[in-house]
Design a protein around this ligand. Sequence first.
Ligand SMILES: *Cc1c(COP(=O)(O)O)cnc(C)c1O
Length: 455
Amino acid sequence: MNRFIKFWKLGNPQFNTTDFGISRDGELVLREGNYQYNLYDLACKFGTPLEIAFPYIVERRLRETIDIFNRTIKSFRYRGKFFYHYPMKASQNKEFILPILSEGGNLEVTSSNELWLVKRMWEQEQFSSRIRVICNGPKTNQYLSLITELREKGLNITPIIEDKFELAALSTFRGDIGIRLDTQVKVRGHWDNKFNRFGLTAEEILSFGRIRNLKLLHYHTSKQLEYVEDIVRPLKKAMAVYIKLRKNNPNLDMIDLGGGMPVPFEKKPLFSTQAIVKRIVRTIIKTCDIANIPHPDILVEWGSYLVAPAQVTIYRVLSEKIVPQSSTVSKWYIVDGSFMNDLKDTWAIHQKWHIVPVNRLQAKKLSRVWLAGLSCDSDDKYTAGGTYVPMPSLDTLEPNEQQYLAVFDTGAYQDALSSHHCLLSSPMKIVIQNGIITIARKRETAEEIGKQFGW
Ligand SMILES: *Cc1c(COP(=O)(O)O)cnc(C)c1O
């Protein structure tokens, strides 16, 4: 048994698969405290494609993050505080956001419509004025007036200045203001620095002199920063700017590192959270102590890190086809969902996923396969970066038995990026917490999708 758990990389805290295991019948299970969920039974019951979200994983990851920062701050006698800000764009789903807020998270929004969700929560009395909301992204007039409206209602709204027009537009804003730095530090990652259009350079920011109500310096480097130095170097650059900026802006007392904390999508070990938090806190202490200024509050906006591991997407294998002229892969497995539609990053940024069978996890005969989606698009595929996905061979299926597979870590970005190529329906989505299953999104009917196209 242990051999299979190890082979499929389950039960491993380094890979965020601690709670996943294999039942006696070779089926994929997940434990939440005293509850155990059999993902095969769920796939049979609700049908596929199926997304399953586990809010308890988000809650636990947030508690751990806050805890690690607070413990590190205490042990280093750091004199600032830590605030976690959830970047809403990672997943705007209610089942994630409400638990994050009740566990002490703050927010970061990127658009007027995301901020509208804050207004909605406020009106429904699900939102406290203690929660700070950082407003990033280009400020349309609609966005600016919502920022002002919510501030006047007493919410804790901090708009971030992204350019000189916003500096002017927010010059009369009566609350804390942040400014976004483009650190221009090159890091390894998907985001090419050459095309970075976000924020202002150090020179531009410092040329503004005094900025009314300036409270926070923000930067965001890239997503999935897999090297410690790619987190530390931009921070050093930002702290150098922070120190200069404080001379004219004595109220400045927050440094916001943005997102980019990596997720072990490929189940290869990454640095530990504890290790990076120590580096972050130590780096800030060192620069502040040399410059003889107080320690700022530390903010992070780690999105994928928090929510990606809290969702899986399940497909059923419809059929198989021979891959001609290949020595590494033998077959295509055609699944009953779409990578291009439901897991858009597969196509957009060649995201790699950990993919595990949902049943027959103890099968001895495996095939090396590529996966193909339901759409007619030749790009609707997953080839694990040109390698292969191991899956139980279909030759050994019992009559009437079906093969299901689970794509791990699909909780960040995929829902909002999803689309309807070939008019395919989005997966059904269920949420499981404390043994209770709720249907968060029904399977779309042809009629519902047709409507969006004027039918
Ligand atoms: C996208 C984004 C984040 C979140 O990035 P992750 O890679 O998901 O952690 C945080 N802050 C800003 C400004 C962003 O644009």
